[in-house]
Design a binder for this molecule. Structure first.
Ligand SMILES: *[C@@H]1O[C@H](CO)[C@@H](O)[C@H](O)[C@H]1NC(C)=O
Ligand SMILES: *[C@@H]1O[C@H](CO)[C@@H](O)[C@H](O)[C@H]1NC(C)=O
Length: 565
C-alpha cells in the first residue's frame, strides 16, 4: 500500500539553495506537483502502467493535473475499500468461498475453493496489492480442484469465476503455476460437454468426471451454453490444446445454425438435440452473457472469427428492434423481456451490462453508419436509464428489478416517428439526460425487486461509456455510486447487500458475493484510475470482469483447430 502522504514530506521546503523567494516558490511548486503526480497511486503501484507521461508535460496542463490527482485519489479510495472487504474475508472466511459479513461466518457456495480469493486475484494485481497477490498465488498453487463425491461444480459459474480469474491473473503476472491450475481446472470441467448436442451439462464432479442436471433439468440456458468461449478459446491458445477450442466452437456452430428469427435466442435449449424449449427472449438472467460473448470472442481472437461478429450484429439489431422500449413520460429507454410475443415491460439490473456492450461494439467494429448511430444512441439511452434507477432511490443504489408502465412503446417505432418528423431537437427519444425523481409515482416504473446485491453491471457500463465517449459525467456518476456504496453497504466486516434501495437507513443482509471484489470494485477502480490500463483494442473482459489479452490465431492454430475465417 502506498497511501498519499505527499504533503507530509517536509524535505523539499527546507532546501536553501534557491535565493530569490519567487523563483524558489515556483520551483518548489513544480517539484511538489511533480511529486504529487509521481506518487499518484496508479503510477506507483500498477505494475503494467506504462509510466510514459513525463511529469513536466503534466505541469504544463495544470487543470488536467488537478483532475488526474483527484481521480487517482478516488481510485485509491476504491483500493482501500477492496482491502476492507478482502481483509475481512481473509479473517473470517479464508479458504471458504464467501464471507457472511454480518454474522462473521462463511459459506461454500462455489465448490469451496476460495472463490472470493481466486475471483479477485486480478483485482489485487491491478490495484498493486502485491503482498496479497503473492499470498493468493501460493494458496491457488495448492488448489487441486477436487470436490467431495456427492457434490458437483456448476459449469458456468466455475468457468467465469475460477477459470476466468486464474487465466487473467496469469496473463497479468506471468505466474506459471496459475496457468497450470487453469489447465487442470479446464480439463476437469470438460465432461460437461459430453452431451448429445455438445451443449454443456449444468455441473460436473471434478474428482470423478460425473455430470449432473441442475435446476433447469435437461434445459440448457442460452447464457450457460455460450459463455465459456472466451475462457476456453484463450485457454486453447495458451496451452495449445485443440480439444478446448473444439468443444466450445461446436456449441457456436450449433447456435449459428439454430432456426432463430431476428437473431434472438430463446432462453432455454434442449441438451439432447439443441432445439429451443421456450419462447422467452431476454438479455437478463439466462441470456445476458450469451450475447456478450458473441462480440467478445470475435474481439479476443483479434477479429479472426467473423462468424461471431456477424451473429453479434444480427442479434444486437434484433435486440434493438424487438426488446428496447421507451417509457411514456420520462422517456426512459430500457430493455425488456418478451415472452410469447408480448413485452413484459421489465428491466433487470443484470441487463444493465447491455449499454456497455453496445458501446464496446460501436467503438471496436466497423459498423455501417446507420448501425453505428443506433448502437451509440441505444448505449447512451440505456446507460442513462440504468443510472437513473440508482439516482431515483433514497440510497442512490439501484434496485435489482423494475417494472415499467405498460404504456411504454417500442423504441424503434418512436425513433421512426422522430426521424420522420425531421429529427426535432437533435437528440433522439430516450437518449436525453433525465433528472432524478424521488416521488415513486412519477418515475414511470415501480420497483419489483428492491434489493441491491452489490452487482456490477451498471458500473461496468459506466466504465465502458467513459472509455468510449470520454464524457466525464460517467465518472462522476460512478463516484456517486461509490459514495452510496460506502454509506449504505459498508459494515464492520466488509460490505453487505441491502434489502431496500429506497429506504434509509438501509437494512443490510448477510452476504458479500465474490463478484463485488472481482467486478464491482475493479470497474470502479478502473473508472477512476487515470492510466488506461486495459486499452479496448488490447484486452477483453470476460463476463466476470477478468481482463484477457487479445491474441490472433497463428496459421498452425488455424489448421489445428480448423478455424475458417
Ligand atoms: C485436494 O486438496 C484437498 C484440500 O487441500 C485435500 O483434502 C485432498 O486430499 C486433495 N485431493 C487430492 C486428490 O490430492
Ligand atoms: C424455423 O422456424 C419457423 C418459425 O419461426 C418455422 O416456420 C420453420 O418451419 C422452422 N424451420 C425449420 C427448418 O425448423
Amino acid at each position: 500500500m502506498l497511501p498519499l502522504h505527499i504533503q507530509e514530506d517536509p524535505k523539499p521546503v527546507r532546501r536553501r539553495w534557491l535565493g530569490r523567494p519567487l523563483a524558489r516558490w515556483i520551483v518548489l511548486g513544480l517539484i511538489l506537483i511533480a511529486a504529487l503526480w509521481l506518487l499518484a497511486p496508479v503510477h506507483l503501484t500498477s505494475p503494467i502502467s506504462p509510466l510514459q507521461d513525463e511529469p513536466t508535460t503534466a505541469t504544463l496542463r495544470p487543470p488536467v493535473l488537478d483532475n488526474a490527482l483527484l481521480w487517482n485519489q478516488r481510485a485509491s479510495r476504491v483500493r482501500d475499500s477492496y482491502l476492507h472487504g478482502y481483509n475481512e474475508y481473509l479473517k473470517y472466511a479464508s479458504s471458504h468461498d464467501e464471507i457472511l459479513p454480518l454474522s462473521e461466518g462463511w459459506k461454500d457456495n462455489f465448490n469451496g475453493w476460495g472463490v472470493s480469493m481466486i475471483d479477485s486475484m486480478d483485482t489485487m494485481w491491478i490495484m498493486g496489492l502485491r503482498d496479497e497477490f503473492d499470498t493468493a498465488v501460493r494458496v491457488a498453487s495448492q488448489q487441486n480442484f477436487t470436490i467431495v463425491s456427492s457434490t458437483y461444480a456448476p459449469f458456468f459459474e466455475t468457468v467465469i469465476r475460477y477459470l476466468g480469474g486464474l487465466l487473467s491473473a496469469h496473463a497479468l503476472s506471468g505466474e506459471a503455476t496459475l496457468l497450470d491450475r487453469a489447465n487442470d481446472l479446464g480439463n476437469r470441467m470438460l465432461p460437461a460437454f459430453d452431451t448429445p448436442s455438445g451443449l454443456p451439462r449444468f455441473s460436473v464432479n471434478t474428482a470423478t468426471g460425473q455430470t449432473a442436471l441442475g435446476w433447469t433439468g435437461n434445459a440448457v440456458l442460452f447464457s450457460e451454453a455460450t459463455s465459456c468461449q472466451v475462457e476456453y478459446k484463450y485457454l486453447a491458445h495458451v496451452t495449445g490444446r485443440a480439444e478446448y477450442y473444439n468443444k466450445v466452437e461446436k456449441i457456436m456452430k450449433t447456435m449459428y445454425s439454430a432456426n432463430v428469427s431476428n437473431g434472438l435466442f430463446t432462453t432455454r435449449w434442449d441438451a439432447a438435440d439443441a432445439s429451443p424449449m421456450n419462447n422467452h427472449f431476454s438479455v437478463g438472467a439466462s441470456a445476458d452473457s450469451g450475447y456478450e460473448y458473441l462480440l467478445k470472442q470475435y474481439l479476443i481472437s483479434g477479429k479472426t472469427e467473423p462468424r461471431a461478429k456477424d451473429q453479434y450484429l444480427e442479434s444486437i439489431n434484433g435486440i434493438i428492434d424487438q426488446l428496447l422500449y421507451i417509457s411514456p413520460r420520462r422517456q426512459l429507454l430500457y430493455v425488456t423481456d418478451v415472452v410469447s410475443g408480448r413485452p413484459v415491460y421489465d428491466l433487470q439490473h443484470l441487463s444493465c451490462f447491455l449499454p456497455g456492450l453496445l458501446a464496446l461494439g460501436a467503438h471496436t467494429l466497423a459498423l455501417a453508419p446507420r448501425d453505428k448511430e443506433r448502437h451509440t444512441w441505444a448505449a447512451e439511452g440505456l446507460a442513462q436509464t440504468c443510472w437513473v434507477t440508482y439516482a431515483d432511490q433514497a440510497t442512490g443504489l439501484g434496485p435489482d428489478g423494475v417494472q415499467f408502465d405498460d404504456q411504454s412503446r417500442r423504441w424503434v417505432d418512436v425513433l421512426a416517428e422522430w426521424e420522420g418528423g425531421g429529427r426535432k431537437g437533435g437528440v433522439p427519444p430516450g437518449v436525453a439526460d433525465v433528472p432524478a425523481e424521488r416521488a415513486a409515482e412519477r418515475r414511470d416504473y415501480r420497483v419489483s425487486s428492491s434489493v441491491y446485491l452489490l452487482r456490477p453491471e451498471t458500473i461496468e457500463s459506466m466504465y465502458l461509456m467513459w472509455k468510449t465517449t470520454g464524457d466525464v459525467c460517467w465518472r462522476e456518476r460512478g463516484w456517486a455510486v461509490y459514495e452510496a456504496l460506502e454509506k449504505h453497504t459498508r459494515v464492520e466486516h466488509g460490505y453487505a447487500i441491502i434489502r431496500n434501495v429506497d429506504q434509509v437507513p438501509a437494512e443490510t443482509s448477510d452476504d458479500m458475493p465474490s463478484f463485488f471484489l472481482a467486478e464491482t470494485l475493479k470497474y470502479l477502480y478502473l473508472l477512476f484510475a487515470e492510466t488506461d490500463i486495459f486499452p479496448l483494442d488490447k484486452w477483453v473482459f470476460n463476463t466476470e470482469a477478468h481482463p484477457l489479452p487479445i491474441f490472433t490465431w497463428s496459421r498452425e492454430e488455424q489448421e489445428l483447430y480448423k478455424i475458417t475465417s
